[in-house]
Design a protein around this ligand. Structure first.
Ligand SMILES: Nc1nc2c(ncn2[C@@H]2O[C@H](COP(=O)(O)OP(=O)(O)OP(=O)(O)O)[C@@H](O)[C@H]2O)c(=O)[nH]1
Ligand SMILES: [Mg+2]
Length: 229
């Protein structure tokens, strides 16, 4: 029987536990190389759950999805261009506020995502109390508490991954509002972009935000395209 396939990307801040989770999910079924064109490590592995063969990709650790480092470019390019079925955002629960900055940027990409709230043991040691349901409702995504180094939460995460892949759960998070003035400008740019060929591949809304931010990689993509400078 041919197994159904899902691609899952693991993304998160450096040291949030991505590789620990990757190893726990994929065991020996993994290989390591470099991303095309850059000497940034590329790790891929396979696992199975709920009748699916799940390809897991361990993306480089990043604090944001701007284009300042090859790591950030690799991570966001994979999410935008390869369109993984599920993006697992690994968040260090003992550093929640700093880690959620990347989560918000992922939500902007409108990728189907799950928040893996890792290092719950560390958070508990520090007596942090995190209201999982409130966090999930506020972000508009599933939140799975985990201790990846002890394989805790891994079955629950796999079950959420399968639910999203089967379309049983909405998952791209709440829409970020930037205030009336900025939203107005986003809309103007978005409209101007809607005819552009890049807008087929990237979300026009996201492109508009990046152009307003002065994102150099995105500006370069538009150079030479008439009408947008
Ligand atoms: N206490 C605790 N430690 C963990 C947990 N998950 C991972 N670690 C440890 O945290 C450290 C960093 O984990 P990694 O898996 O290497 O983190 P990473 O996100 O891959 O890091 P980069 O590849 O540098 O971005 C390791 O020493 C892990 O053993 C957890 O849930 N609790
Ligand atoms: Mg790693």
């Amino acid at each position: 029987m041919n197994k159904k396939q899902i691609t899952v990307a693991l993304v998160g801040n450096p040291n949030s536990g991505k590789t620990t989770l990757f190893n726990s999910l994929t065991g020996a079924r993994q290989h390591v190389g470099n991303w095309p064109g850059v000497t940034v490590e590329k790790k891929e592995g396979i696992c199975s759950s709920g009748g699916y063969e799940i390809k897991v990709v361990d993306l480089p650790g990043v604090y944001s999805l701007t284009a300042y480092s090859p790591d950030e470019v690799v991570a966001r390019k994979f999410i935008i261009e390869e369109k993984p079925d599920v993006v697992v955002d690994i968040v260090d629960a003992s550093n929640l506020e700093r880690n959620l900055y990347l989560s918000v940027q992922l939500m902007e990409l409108e990728a189907p995502m799950i928040l893996a709230l890792n290092m719950m043991d560390e958070a508990e040691n520090r007596k942090y109390k995190i209201d999982i349901e409130k966090l999930s409702a506020g972000m508009g995504v599933a939140v799975v508490p985990m201790v990846a180094s002890k394989n805790k939460g891994v079955p629950e995460l796999l079950s959420e991954i399968v639910k999203i892949a089967e379309g049983k759960k909405s998952c791209s998070g709440v829409k970020i509002a930037y205030g009336r003035e900025v939203e107005k400008q986003i809309e103007v740019i978005e409209k101007a972009l809607s005819e552009d060929s890049l807008a087929g591949k990237y979300s026009p809304h996201w492109l508009a935000i990046k152009l307003l931010e002065g994102d150099e990689e995105i500006i370069r993509k538009f150079e030479g395209v008439s009408g947008v400078k």
